[in-house]
Write a protein that binds this ligand. Structure first.
Ligand code: GP9
Ligand code: MN
Length: 614
């Protein structure tokens, strides 16, 4: 035994112990959904790889301090691990640097520390004691390892690279888009997650520190110069009404008033569009980037663009915003709530919603998610809507409620029993299933509207329905060409970025289809105008959709744009009505403008510039 212990140096014993501890805690405390051999492997690799590298820091100090440094690092990492355990037991989430500064969060935790502690946690101390006891004995031997530090670092880095490779296969774009803390920890491990969080935090903070007030003045001038008047006829048209906004997951406009094998795909939406009191915008474009659903939320809340990379929900949840929810609250005394039956930390919503001024977030925890009611990403839309009704009835009026659907999300999974129309029959399974899940979502909406009518919610509300972003990516052009019976050129790809946008006012007699090109940035100014809220001082990149002097100029996040006559994408200019290529000069005047507009919006976010407003 003695021989064995002396052979293995303190460094390796520490690495093994800490890896085992991290693995056991990740499996028992954190609910990461480790459900495959690959996921198990990733968990081991990420723990061992990062622990090897962290502990290797001790190999670079003077030999005299080697053991002390190693033990200190070990203790430090154990503390990080344990603090996450306590935090997770309370918040069902992992710590981020910004929340460390949110005193509200930590006081909550502090108040219930005693309840969060489990006797079994004392086991987490055993390894520390053990190491402490043996460390003295190993002291003499330990320096031999310091000669092998290069090898150790090489192994650590290799393990992490393999880990990242596997993680990338499991979840492409994980690091550029962030998605969700649980997914991050599951795929890169707790320690690398903290490093990543630290990087995001410092990167964001540096840009904010360097920003100044003058930038804002320039942007205000730009915004004012491009402003268009809201339509006074609609000013206050829905004043005091409850606002019910529904995000239609991955829903594109091409399915509206369309059929598959003789079956309507969206009979309810088609009817709604024809009903009294409905305004349907048939050339409404999503403007989202990598932040997908969260970008759509951000754009609609703020009338600003998302970021060129990553999700602003993740990178800038600490900024000051003048969001729809907060303006409705300050100017119209509206209560606001979001309903979404998914993990609350997905897209960092639980944190970002504070910055957006929402009063309440009903997430997965507020829904009863039975196995038979869930598919794919979670609670099916029908159950989601039904369970939301009682909550809606209890909300303080007037309210602004936003509901985010989920069933029509890639990979568009649905059980046979829920299928209203069968899957399509092309060679592309994704596209085939899409029609079926869109049809299901449409049925769920119908049921929701019926229930709202029965429960007396309908009459006093105004409804805003929007598609958040595309559901069928360019990888499926072949099947799409087959369905639409035309080639999917870059011009068509832009046209496929249209998503439904519907405003429905119960009690109004008009029915209108508005065909001008508009986008998600225009939603906030429209809603505020309908609510009778003056926005002269607002910094926003969109304008009232009912404005009579509205210019047609929609900018997509990649710099593509749509004007009354042209569509520009991939550095080529097309005629908007025919899709024919035309000379680049026609689009030229808008290119710079589009860049400028996106850039100004980015500057506001990167520099947290709205904090400079009085
Ligand atoms: C997750 C849901 C889907 O909560 O909003 O996000 P997406 O992948 O569409 O951005
Ligand atoms: Mn989405």
């Amino acid at each position: 035994m003695r021989f064995f212990v002396f052979r293995i140096s303190l460094y390796w014993i520490s690495t093994i112990l800490l890896s085992i501890k991290t693995y056991l805690i990740s499996k028992s405390v954190f609910d990461l959904g480790i459900d495959s051999i690959t996921a198990e492997m990733i968990l081991w690799l990420s723990s061992i790889g990062s622990i090897m590298l962290i502990l290797a820091l001790s190999l670079f100090v003077n030999r005299k301090f080697y053991v002390l440094t190693l033990l200190t690092i070990y203790l430090f990492v154990s503390v990080i691990l344990y603090v996450n355990v306590l935090y997770y037991r309370f918040f069902n989430d992992f710590i981020t640097i910004p929340v460390l500064f949110q005193t509200k969060h930590l006081t909550n935790l502090g108040g219930s520390l005693f309840d969060l502690f489990n006797l079994i946690d004392l086991l987490f101390l055993l390894d520390l004691l053990f190491l402490f006891v043996i460390s003295k004995r190993l002291n003499l031997r330990s320096h031999t390892i310091t000669q092998k530090k290069l090898g150790i670092i090489l192994i650590g880095v290799t393990l992490l690279l393999v880990n990242i490779g596997l993680a990338h296969k499991e979840r492409p774009e994980l690091l550029t888009r962030s998605f969700d803390r649980k997914l991050l920890v599951k795929n890169i491990g707790l320690y690398a997650y903290h490093l990543y969080d630290f990087y995001l935090y410092t990167n964001t903070k540096t840009k904010i520190v360097l920003a100044d007030n003058d930038q804002l003045t320039e942007i205000i001038n730009h915004v004012k110069a491009n402003d268009e008047n809201s339509n006074p006829e609609y000013f206050g048209a829905a004043k005091g009404k409850n606002i019910i906004m529904i995000a239609l997951e991955s829903t594109q406009s091409f399915i509206i008033n369309n059929e598959i094998d003789g079956e309507e795909i969206t009979p309810f939406l088609n009817d709604l569009i024809q009903s009294r009191g409905t305004y349907y915008f048939s050339n409404f474009y999503h403007q989202t980037g990598q932040g997908k659903t969260s970008d759509a939320e951000f754009i609609i809340e703020n009338s600003m663009y998302g970021l060129p990379r990553g999700a602003v929900f993740f990178s800038n949840p600490e900024n000051q915003y003048h969001s729809l929810a907060s303006v409705l609250k300050s100017e119209g005394h509206y209560y606001s709530a979001v309903f979404h039956a998914n993990n609350k930390s997905f897209w960092n919503r639980n944190i970002m919603y504070n910055a957006l001024g929402y009063d309440r977030f009903f997430s997965e925890e507020d829904y009863e998610i039975k196995k038979e009611d869930s598919v794919g990403w979670g609670l099916k839309d029908k159950a989601f809507f039904s369970q939301t009704i009682p909550y809606l009835k209890e909300l303080k009026k007037p309210y602004y409620a936003k509901l985010l659907t989920l069933t029509n999300h890639f990979p568009f999974a649905l059980e046979k029993a829920d299928e209203i129309i069968p899957e399509w029959t092309s060679k592309d399974g994704t596209v085939n299933r899409y029609f079926t899940t869109v049809r299901y979502q449409d049925e769920a909406l119908k049921q929701f509207f019926d229930e709202m009518k029965r429960e007396g919610i309908y009459e006093n509300s105004i409804f805003i329905l929007y598609g958040d972003h595309y559901g069928i990516s360019e990888n499926h052009n072949k099947a799409m060409a087959q369905f639409l019976d035309k080639e999917i050129t870059p011009y068509e790809t832009i046209q496929l970025q249209r998503v439904p946008f519907i405003i429905h006012f119960p009690g109004r007699s008009e029915t209108r289809e508005i065909t001008s090109a508009v986008g998600q940035v225009d939603v906030k100014p429209t809603v505020l105008n309908l609510m009778g809220i003056n926005q002269e001082q607002a910094i926003q990149f969109g304008t009232d959709l009912f404005s009579t002097d509205k210019r047609e100029f929609v900018i997509l996040r990649d710099g593509s744009f749509i004007t009354d006559r042209y569509i520009m994408t991939g550095n080529k200019c097309y005629m908007r009505d025919t899709g024919m290529k035309t000379s680049k000069e026609s689009c030229e005047p808008y290119i710079q403008l589009a860049k400028e507009e996106l850039n100004y919006s980015d500057q506001i976010i990167y520099g947290d510039l709205l904090r400079f407003l009085p």
